[in-house]
Design a protein. Sequence first.
Length: 197
Amino acid sequence: RSEFVSLCPRAVECECEEFSTCLTLKLNSSAALSFVTYFSLRLPSLKAKVRSLDLSINNIVMIKTFDFKDLSALQSLNTSCNRMSHVDDGAFSDLVVLQELNLANNRLNTLSDHLFQGLGNLSVLRLDYNHIKIISSSTFQNLSSLNVLNLTGNQLNVLKKVQTILLFIHLQELYICGTAEPQLIINISHTVSFRGR
């Protein structure tokens, strides 16, 4: 029990003290979970111990600034397959050891300047299959450890955005297939090659 916790949110309070050394918390596949605050309010004693949090396949519509406050040990966060159209600037700023962030298959359309503030240890960022049209010029500026960025299946005007992305980060893998432009693949040496749609 110390390595895995599987919980399904319900309308009633849950007692989770027995999971005092929780490493992984799965709160996925529940129509009842529509706000991240639900997790924050119901499981306060676990927050500093959780290393992996799976909030995928829920009905989360937005992430607010303090939704992930005090999750200081979190290394992996999966919020894929929700209905998220907005994430507050700095919403992830307390997640200083986060290495993997999955925001894929949501409804995000803009990536603002301070969206990923405080994520200097992030190495994998999945933003694939959203509705992203706008990426601010400094969105990825502080992601100094980012190795893998997936922007596949968005509505970007890729050729105008690639230079902005590459100015600030040292990627090993960048995925931008299925955007408004032909497929663009950038490999470890940042050599650019094109393939038809």
